[in-house]
Design a protein around this ligand. Sequence first.
Ligand code: GDP
Ligand code: MG
Length: 441
Amino acid sequence: MLDNLGASLKDAVKKLAGRTVIDRAAVDELVRDLQRALLSADVNVKLVMQLSQAIKQRALDEEPPKGMGAREHVLRIVYQELVHLMGTPGTVTLEPQTILMAGLQGSGKTTTTAKLARFYQRKGLRVGVICADTFRPGAYDQLKTLCDRISIPCYGDPYETDALKIVREGLPRFRKVYEVIIIDTQGRHALEDHLIEEIININEISHADHRWLVIDAALGQQASEQARRFHEAIGIDGVLVTKMDGTAKGGGALSAVAETQSGIAFIGSGETSEDLERFNPDGFISRLLGMGDLKALVERVEEAISAEDVDVNAMLKGKFTLRDMYGQLETVNRMGPLKQVMSMLPLGGMQIPDDVYDITSTKMARYKVIMDSMTPSELDDPSIIGSSRIQRIARGAGVPPEDVRELIKYYKTMQRALKGMRGMGGKFNMQRMMKKFGRTP
Ligand code: GDP
Ligand code: MG
């Protein structure tokens, strides 16, 4: 999803992270890179200019908070301004509710109705769906087929031509049995008075708690026009942006919708009923910037480990001995699969060699035995381990010398990867970053 935008934003951030000094020229270059990235994702020029202005001004005028370097300061501003561009997300509650779906034909209303039904079903709510699309041939069958697949009841009548009648009859019945009721409606190819009139009427007789608008991400910045028109008609209180998987213009659509202040509630990125996710600007932007989902990491760290043995930061500190490696591997192992944890760290999009992840607990146990046969000076400075020491260590641990070599090779790979991270991030302080970015600005 948004691979191009993500890649170019990551590049911009990576470039900044690699700069030796963060001065006006560095900020200007960063802003130019961001502009290029956002404009090619079809973000509106005016919005891009506002964002550029805000970043420049804040980067140059604001003092970095105590203990924060210039680089982190600028990155944090970029992150915050991008999150700001995405607006306030639409509210989603798990209470009993009636949701009216609006949108043009082809925007993905019917598909998204089924996705939403699945979302609430997974949350343990009883969900029923009503097909009030009497315009498109086969509308009922389409919705019914999707609903059958996920065992969701679907009310409708393929031979009825009056959508209001269906809602009037179906709603009271469904309200007796189901907690969440989603009404799928018709759409036309363009906004027409008749369509608007019908949706206003359905809204009135259904007393819907939410009026959600489904918008195709491929519209890019034009999405704002549709959002505005539907909002004027029925007061949209949440937007679902669909087809994020199939377009490079998603950034434009999201920012355009955000600008109309009708919060984005969900994004859809595929044709199955599972391809829906809650829209969360923090996580979304972190992922785009390659900073990973820092919130998730912070939570995971808090859950899995007690405070005293969390020192992810030590992994990035200057000296990295075999002892450190073992301690860190043990810690990280408790946090979950190494690869997953690493993917959540703010590495500015840096690639970690795959063999770093290639460590299992069996292997770790073997490494431990081997390390027990090493002398303290070998553990502190593995570079002194030559072939005669390897022979001795192997004999002591009762393993073939290849195993010792493998351990040393693993250590070196890890060390290289960490050096890369340090070079990349300059004075990146992981824990500080996690604290700062983990919080909603
Ligand atoms: P409606 O006319 O607004 O009800 O739109 P539909 O739900 O019938 O969807 C129109 C087309 O878009 C169908 O072929 C869907 O499979 C497809 N579609 C809907 N949402 C998505 C999405 O998030 N990703 C992709 N790739 N296709 C989607
Ligand atoms: Mg439909």
